[in-house]
Design a protein around this ligand. Structure first.
Ligand SMILES: Nc1ncnc2c1ncn2[C@@H]1O[C@H](COP(=O)(O)OP(=O)(O)OP(=O)(O)O)[C@@H](O)[C@H]1O
Ligand SMILES: Nc1ncnc2c1ncn2[C@@H]1O[C@H](COP(=O)(O)OP(=O)(O)OP(=O)(O)O)[C@@H](O)[C@H]1O
Ligand SMILES: [Mg+2]
Ligand SMILES: [Mg+2]
Lengths: 228, 228
C-alpha cells in the first residue's frame, strides 16, 4: 500500500547538512502490523514522515496505492493524508486552545459526519486508547504526559484511517497503559487497518509481524518478532 | 534535604476537581539516588513539581534544608530553585528561538561565570548527556526527539546543582542512550549530588537506591531495587 524507493532526506541548517535517510527502500502491505526500531537520531521520525506523506524526500520516490506522490500537489496530498492516514506524533502535537474533546474530533470535521455521531466516535476512540471521559472537557495541558499521549492516539484512530502511523506511542506510559494501546492497535489491525509503529520498546515491537531496524539513515535489517 | 509533610495538591478546572496528591509524606536525604514509579496519571509529575519547588501544595508543608518554603516569597523561592536545583521536564521545555548552545547555557547566565568558562561547561554537560557538538548551533526543533531530551538533560546538569530532578528522562531514548544518561546521573551522585528520577522504566529504577511507588496520589510503598 505504501512503498519508498531509494529515498534520501537531507536537512540543511546554515552550512551543516544532515543526511537523515540514505537510499531507503521500504514496502508495507495492506493489513500489516510493522515496527521500526533504531537508535535515537537514526532517522525513524524522518522515515515515518515520508511514509505518512507529511514531508517529501530530497531524492527518490514514495508510492501510495501505486501512485507516485511526487506527482501530486500539496492540496491533493493533504486530502489523501486526511482521509487515509492517522498520525500519532512523538510530541503529541495537541492543540492547547481546544478541549480534549475538540482535539479528538478534529479529523472528523471535514468528513460531514453529524455532530451526535461524532460525539459517539470521539468517546469510543478515547476509551479504546485507555482514556477517561473526565478528560474530555479539559485542555491538553491540564492532563499528565501519558494522558496527553493517549488523547493523541485517540485523535489518530477516531476516523478509522486505513493506515495508522505511531511515533513512539508508549514513551510516557506505564506498562499497563502501554499494553492497552498496543491491544487497540492490534484490534484495529484485525479489522484490516495497516499499523506502523516506531518504538524503542522491544515489548511493543514484539507484538508486531515484522521489525525493521534503521541505523544512521539506512534500514539495516528486517526481523521476525521474538515471541520468547 | 527535601521533605514533604502531609502534602495535598488539588487542580480545579471549571467545576471538576482533581486531587493529584493526597497526603504525601516524602523525605529525600542529601546524596541519595531515588526513583519514583507509578501508573500514568498517578501524580508523579505533580510530586516532582512539589519537590522541585516549581509549584506550591494546596495543603501541607514542603521543607528545603529545614526551611518551610511556604514562608518564602516567589522571588526567594525562584532564586533557591535556580541555584540549587536542576530540572529535566517531561516535555523538555526547550526554548525554540535559542540555539542548543544557548539553551544549555541558560542556567549559567545569572551566575556571573565568564563566557569562555561557560562554553566549556556547556560542551562538557552535553557530552555527559550523550550529545554531540554538531547539535550546538541547531535550534531544538531541528533535532530528533531523543536528541532534544539529551539537550534538556545537559541543561539540567550544566550548573552542577545540588539536586537533579528528572521527569521521565529516557522516554524517547533507545536502550544504549538511556544507559548513558543513567550513568551520568550515577556519576553526578558519586560526587555528592542528590538525584530524583521519575520513570516508567524498571531498568532505570533498578539503578537507584530506593524506589517509591505512587498510585492515585498516594505513596503506596518503598522498595529496594531488584538487582537481579
Ligand atoms: N494543570 C492541571 N490541571 C488539571 N489537572 C491536572 C493538571 N496537571 C495534572 N492534572 C491531573 O492530575 C493527575 C496527576 O497528574 P500528573 O501529571 O502528576 O501524573 P503523572 O503521574 O506524571 O502521569 P504520567 O506518567 O502520565 O506523566 C492527573 O489525573 C492529571 O489529569
Ligand atoms: N528539522 C530538522 N532539521 C535538521 N536536522 C534534523 C531535523 N529533523 C531531524 N534532523 C536530524 O536528522 C536525524 C534523524 O532525525 P529523526 O528525528 O528522524 O531521528 P529519530 O530516529 O526519530 O530519533 P529519536 O528516536 O531520538 O526520536 C537526526 O540526526 C536529527 O538531528
Ligand atoms: Mg523520533
Ligand atoms: Mg508525568
Amino acid at each position: 500500500i505504501i512503498e519508498l524507493a531509494d529515498v534520501y532526506k537531507e536537512y540543511i541548517v546554515g552550512t551543516v547538512s544532515t543526511m537523515a535517510l540514505k537510499g531507503v527502500n521500504f514496502k508495507v502491505y495492506e493489513g500489516e502490523v510493522v515496527a521500526i526500531m533504531g537508535p535515537s537520531g537514526s532517522g525513524k521520525t524522518t522515515l515515518l514522515n515520508m511514509i505518512g506523506l507529511l514531508d517529501r524526500p530530497t531524492k527518490g520516490n514514495v508510492f501510495f496505492d501505486g501512485i507516485d506522490v511526487s506527482k501530486l500537489n500539496d492540496n491533493i496530498l493533504a486530502n489523501l493524508r486526511n482521509t487515509k492516514l492517522g498520525f500519532v506524533f512523538q510530541t503529541f502535537n495537541l492543540v492547547n486552545r481546544l478541549s480534549v474533546f475538540e482535539n479528538i474530533e478534529l479529523p472528523l470535521i471535514p468528513k460531514g459526519i453529524p455532530r451526535r455521531v461524532r460525539a459517539e466516535m470521539v468517546k469510543e476512540a478515547l476509551a479504546r486508547a485507555g482514556g477517561e471521559e473526565s478528560w474530555l472537557r479539559k485542555k491538553p495541558n491540564q492532563l499528565s504526559g501519558g494522558q496527553q499521549q493517549r488523547v493523541a492516539i485517540a485523535r489518530a484512530i477516531v476516523g478509522k484511517p486505513i493506515v495508522v502511523l505511531a511515533d513512539e506511542p508508549t514513551g510516557n506510559l506505564d506498562r499497563g497503559s502501554a499494553k492497552m494501546v498496543v491491544e487497540t492497535f492490534l484490534n484495529l489491525n484485525k479489522s484490516g487497518h495497516t499499523i506502523i509503529v516506531v518504538t524503542h520498546d522491544p515489548e511493543v515491537a514484539n507484538c508486531t509481524e515484522k521489525i525493521y531496524v534503521i541505523r544512521d539513515g539506512e534500514i539495516t535489517g528486517e526481523f521476525a518478532p521474538n515471541k520468547a
